[in-house]
Design a protein around this ligand. Structure first.
Ligand code: 4AD
Ligand code: MG
Length: 431
């Protein structure tokens, strides 16, 4: 008999199926035993009565949490059960019976304990729907770019140069020469976009962030896009369309999972329904200060400032035209205000912080040389990047969306560490 996944059971009402999975939980009520079986697509309740064969009836009592098993039985409608179905069990067959108790019970554990058992914790309620939401976010990003004719490309992870400042580089020894783990694929996407017109990639990037916050990982995934002949305005329109597309796709595909996380899909849809407000850096500083958060013009937005913006707008908001002095060397200056960069950050609602950073890029060799010098970066390792301004340079722009921050916002979870299967932070390299 071919096996069926829990998420498909609704299509098999009245027939006998085989389900392969793990024992999530069990209980008894009178002479009836209930087994909750999970298989990655969902959890289903199996009902075992004394009419089942004696071995099955005994296993329903004896199998420990996370025993792997096969379960044969007839699917029937049960409006009170999650998914609207349950299984009248005919037979249980263990695949592997653990000899020691599963370390994670169904009760509360501290975050340190759970993180030490991340390899097992990911099997639990909340974690499974979260990882399924992450999957939907990644697919939606790919679908969006594919529909718009962007070409998927790649950037190297081993690099010789900084992109986002020199303070968060992870250095490594590359056969005796200095090298780093990439902070962003952007510079390489600028090269591939001159070959392919419009490109994107979704890849791992690395930041030696010394901060312990709910929003920072040292290894995270970035979805980056770069387009030739795109200007600052077009860049914002593209980002807005992407974010709306991703939220709508996840709400449509993962409504059940959002429900399991007590996230209201309609509220999410509402947040992205209208045009995203846009404010300049200077206007944003005013909003932040009026909300009582201390900051000076020229400071970057800290978490409290981002939260104030978030609370003020209640939807994703673009903060445009930062002082060039606090932004990286590659951003094009606003011709009307050369002290400002043609850039924007997109701040998520509900205090989830910055989810996108992007800009129009410097497109002349002269300006790029000057800005490298201002940033005190050496010219030599950027020779290839300067070349892009030497042959057929065009206006171009792009951005990077933080995948885990986006998952965190959409799923509505307090800490970024649950938005990736195996988080890497200042204090964590295990498991
Ligand atoms: O704003 P960032 O630093 O922009 C860049 O790296 C550009 N080179 C991207 C580009 O234009 N192609 O990072 C982009 C996004 C941020 O908005 C944030 O969502 C996320 O990446 N991010 C982090 N996510 C988790 N942990 C961290 N330490 C992050 N740092 C940035
Ligand atoms: Mg940024």
């Amino acid at each position: 008999m071919a096996s069926v996944y829990v998420e498909e059971l609704g299509r098999h009402i009245g027939t006998e199926v085989l389900i392969q999975g793990w024992l999530y939980n069990k209980r008894s009520s009178g002479r009836v035993r209930f087994v909750l079986v999970r298989d990655g697509t969902g959890i289903v309740q199996g009902v075992v009565t004394p009419d089942a064969d004696p071995r099955t009836f005994e296993l329903a009592e004896a199998l420990p949490q996370e025993a792997s098993l096969r379960m044969w039985g007839t699917v029937r409608a049960e409006p009170r059960a999650p998914g609207g179905v349950e299984v009248a069990v005919r037979r249980l067959e263990p695949v592997h019976i653990p000899s020691t108790p599963f370390p994670i019970g169904l009760k509360e554990h501290g975050p340190g304990f759970l993180m030490d058992h991340r390899h097992l914790w990911i099997r639990m309620r909340r974690q499974v729907p979260l990882l399924r939401i992450r999957d939907a976010v990644l697919w939606a990003i790919r679908a969006f770019f594919r529909e718009r004719g962007f070409v998927a490309t790649e950037a190297p992870v081993l690099v010789g140069t900084a992109v986002e400042g020199t303070t968060t580089l992870f250095p490594l020894d590359y056969f005796g020469a200095p090298a780093y783990l990439s902070q962003s694929g952007q510079l390489y996407l600028e090269a591939t976009c001159m070959a392919l017109g419009k490109v994107y990639w979704i890849g791992p990037v690395f930041r030696a962030e010394k901060s312990k916050t709910r929003r920072h990982l040292t290894e995270f995934w970035m979805a980056e896009a770069e387009q030739a002949f795109l200007d600052h305005e077009g860049n914002l329109a593209l980002q807005e369309a992407l974010v709306r597309y991703v939220v709508e796709a996840v709400v449509a595909e993962r409504a059940r999972e959002l429900g399991e996380l007590e996230r209201d899909p309609e509220a999410l849809r509402e947040e992205v329904a209208g045009p995203f407000p846009r404010v300049t850096y200077h206007e944003a500083v005013e909003v932040v200060r009026k909300a009582g958060v201390l900051m000076e013009v020229g400071d970057d937005f800290g978490a409290p400032a981002e939260d104030a913006l978030s609370a003020h707008f209640g939807r994703p908001v673009f903060v445009e035209r930062f002082p060039a002095a606090i932004k990286p060397f590659y951003m094009k200056r606003d011709p009307a205000h050369p002290d400002l960069a043609l850039c924007a950050d997109l701040i998520a609602p509900e205090g989830y912080g910055e989810i996108i950073g992007g800009s129009q890029r410097v497109d002349t060799e002269e300006e790029l040389l000057a800005q490298l010098r201002e940033a005190r970066l050496p010219e030599e390792p950027y020779r290839w990047y300067l070349d892009l301004r030497r042959w057929g340079s065009v206006p171009h722009a792009g951005f990077g969306l933080g995948v885990e921050r986006t998952v965190q916002w959409i799923a509505g979870i307090p800490h970024i560490r649950e938005a990736i299967p195996f988080p890497r932070t200042l204090e964590r390299l295990y498991p």
